[in-house]
Ligand binder design. Structure first.
Ligand SMILES: C[S@@+](CC[C@H](N)C(=O)[O-])C[C@H]1O[C@@H](n2cnc3c(N)ncnc32)[C@H](O)[C@@H]1O
Length: 228
């Protein structure tokens, strides 16, 4: 099966339980990370939320009045359907959901004032292709904000993190989502992904400037920002 189909289907399977598990398994800390991301955002008219999923980051941007119109792109129709329902209740008409691959986006060059992506990049089969696409669709001077899991540097936090991600999260995830593989995949994808300076080098290679990053909650997640 093609990689993109596989990822889309994986998220289709867990779409119904994604929000509840996300907030429960992170003890709601994921909400704080999205708030931090939006706080770092320069107000923008047209925003592209890559890997929009169930639209939590999009909703936070709209709630804070940072954006006028959002386009959400994702490979999972079911994740977007959950997102669309939430958006229609709160901010009808503010979001255009588009099915598509982040590594080959169906948008013209320089279409957006800002591009965001929360917990999406580590799912890309080709990270550099995804970042190059984000660069291409951004207007000159536009802002990029990426929120992604990372690996804590403190040894004690790292030990707790390892136990949680290897033993607790896959079991609880399997129990509630009834999916055998999705949360084991989450654990593997987080550990094998680059973070910090190494991620910043990918941003630089894609053409971005003013790259910087802030570790959040002992480095369990990291917020990266840059400009075209
Ligand atoms: C962990 S969820 C994050 C969703 C949302 N941004 C959030 O903060 O909760 C990852 C999302 O990325 C999407 N995704 C993964 N690879 C993708 C790709 N190549 N192109 C578009 N979306 C992708 C998945 O379908 C899924 O909805």
């Amino acid at each position: 099966m093609e990689e993109k189909q596989h990822i889309g289907q994986l998220f289709d399977r867990i779409a119904g339980t994604y929000d509840g598990l996300n907030h429960g398994l992170s003890l709601n800390i994921d909400r704080l990370w999205r708030k931090r991301t939006v706080a770092a955002m320069t107000p923008a008219k047209q925003v592209l939320d890559v890997a929009v999923g169930t639209a939590d980051l999009t909703i936070e941007m709209l709630r804070r009045g940072k954006v006028e119109q959002v386009t959400g792109l994702d490979l999972s129709r079911r994740m977007m359907a959950v997102g669309e329902e939430k958006v229609n209740r709160l901010y009808p008409g503010s979001v255009n959901f588009v099915y598509g691959n982040a590594q080959q986006m169906p948008f013209d060059d320089a279409s957006f004032d800002a591009v965001t992506c929360a917990f999406g990049c580590r799912n890309f089969s080709d990270l550099d292709a995804g970042l190059r696409e984000m660069y291409r669709v951004l207007k000159p001077g536009g802002q990029l904000l990426i929120l992604e899991f990372s690996y804590p540097s403190n040894r004690f936090v790292r030990a707790c993190y390892d136990i949680y991600f290897t033993h607790v999260l896959p079991r609880v995830g399997r129990l509630f989502s009834r999916d055998k593989t999705a949360y084991t995949y989450l654990n593997r994808s987080v550990k094998s992904f680059c973070w910090g300076e190494s991620f910043v080098r990918h941003l630089h290679d894609a053409g971005f400037r003013e790259e910087s990053f802030v570790p959040l909650t002992f480095g369990i997640a990291t917020l990266y920002t840059a400009r075209k």
